[in-house]
Design a protein around this ligand. Structure first.
Ligand SMILES: Cc1cc2nc3c(=O)[nH]c(=O)nc-3n(C[C@H](O)[C@H](O)[C@H](O)COP(=O)(O)O)c2cc1C
Length: 414
């Protein structure tokens, strides 16, 4: 399995960060990354947003630039991969190519790039609103291709004397870039590409370039469908069927007993009022369910048309699908991971319960691994690293120790 750790303080949701772990947000990232490295994880991962969500603004949380934070982490770790997030909707490709290649050199071949098209932030870049999804993905394709050509603009290490820098000379719909890049490519080879966004366009894009997809799959059927579809699409794009590793976020709550684990889960979401949850449904689907009673049934007819513009097609489709398949009461709907979180796979219980969930999904060919989103408490995370990870290694589902030094090597990209 491929296993990464998200460097997000998921267990602090709704609480102040003050007094927890450290006041310096980069020490927090370094501490968690060192813990993940001791467990032999493939990578740590930092998501990103280019705007401030209102709730976080109130709490004054520091959202460091992920590439800069991971550069600090690079200097205090040796083996673990470092996957940063850079949006293709707002940055110039030359700057991104250079920053990512810099991280690759500083970390000695451990950089990875999570390619996102973003759902917000336009107003910080002189735009009135987000471009439509098709435009964003066309831009992502051109952006990514330009970055890769910049990376390859230097002769490969060991090439014949006299090999020249390759100008890029790109002139496309969105970007004009002469090149070459002012940094050669690190001898570890091309930076692995991750992608997040699983609409039809997102899947097509991932199948054409990505080595892994960071997926939101609240249930096993969603993960199986996504993985099977990506395997088909990869073959259609003349790639190997397993070229795109499917890595859902796994939001786990582990404790010594099931009762304690469920208490952690309850506590993590109790700060979300009914109103906040209804707002979330409105933001995801455009549906106003506020006049309903908690015991009333939600049916697809109550939802706006499926082709209405939404912030994230991935998240809208997941919630719509859940309602169509389950016709839940409003109370049940408002407790769903698609509503209280980001539609990630939730596993709650003892070490063995969560281990069993992981093995079940893996055996069902729903996943190639996962990105851990520790929830509930620091103790839950400790149990994951100290007890669950060694059990995966004992079962030969995960490495007992690193056998390579680069992220490409960890992921087995040839
Ligand atoms: C699991 C997941 C993680 C994402 N992480 C980020 C992120 O860190 N930063 C960001 O700007 N957008 C992020 N996105 C948004 C996507 O890049 C994309 O803009 C959005 O999902 C809309 O694309 P879609 O129509 O393919 O769903 C994420 C999306 C998913 C599904």
């Amino acid at each position: 399995m491929v296993i990464g750790l998200s460097l997000t303080a998921t267990w602090l949701k709704g609480r102040s960060r003050a007094g927890d772990i450290t006041a310096n947000p980069v020490s927090f990232d370094v501490g968690l990354s060192q813990m993940a490295e001791r467990a032999g994880l493939d990578f740590v991962f930092k998501p990103d947003t280019l705007s401030v969500p209102p709730a976080a603004q109130a709490r004054g949380m520091a959202q460091l630039d992920p590439t800069i934070a991971l550069t600090a982490v690079a200097l205090q770790t040796e083996r673990i991969g470092l996957v940063t997030t850079v949006s293709t909707s707002f940055n110039p490709p030359f700057v991104t190519a250079r920053q990512l290649q810099s991280l690759h050199w500083v970390s000695n071949g451990r950089a990875g790039w999570n390619i996102v098209t973003s759902i917000e932030g336009a107003e910080n870049f002189g735009q009135q609103g987000m471009p439509d999804p098709a435009t964003r993905y066309r831009k992502a394709v051109e952006f990514t291709e330009t970055v890769r050509r910049l990376w390859r603009s230097h002769p490969a290490p060991g090439s014949a004397d006299g090999a020249e820098l390759q100008p890029v000379g790109h002139a496309g719909e969105f970007f004009q870039v002469r090149g070459p890049l002012n940094i050669p490519e690190h001898p570890a080879g091309e930076i692995p590409l991750f992608q997040a966004g699983a609409s039809d366009e997102g899947r097509g894009f991932a199948a054409s370039v990505a080595d892994a997809i960071f997926a939101a799959t609240p249930d096993m059927a969603a993960a199986r469908e996504l993985r099977a579809d990506l395997r088909r699409r990869a073959v259609d794009a003349s790639r190997a069927p397993d070229a795109v590793r499917v890595l859902p976020g796994l939001y786990f709550f582990i404790a010594r007993t099931r009762e304690e684990a469920w208490a952690l889960h309850r506590r993590a979401h109790e700060h979300l009022s009914r109103e906040t949850r209804l707002d979330k449904v409105r933001a995801i689907l455009g549906a106003d369910l506020s006049a309903m009673r908690d015991d009333e049934t939600v049916v697809p007819a109550m939802l706006p048309d499926g082709d209405q513009p939404v912030r994230s097609r991935t998240h809208a489709d997941l919630l719509r699908r859940y309602i169509a398949q389950n016709q839940p009461s409003l109370r049940v709907l408002l407790a769903r991971p698609e509503v209280v979180g980001s539609a990630h796979w939730v596993s709650v219980g003892t070490v063995d319960d969560v281990l069993a969930d992981i093995i079940r999904w893996f055996d069902a060919e729903a996943i190639d691994g996962f990105i851990a989103l520790p929830g509930g408490s620091t103790e839950s995370m400790r149990l994951f690293f100290d007890e669950l990870m060694p059990k995966l290694a004992t079962r030969k589902l995960f490495r007992a120790a690193y056998d390579s030094t680069t992220l490409r090597g960890h992921l087995g990209i040839v």
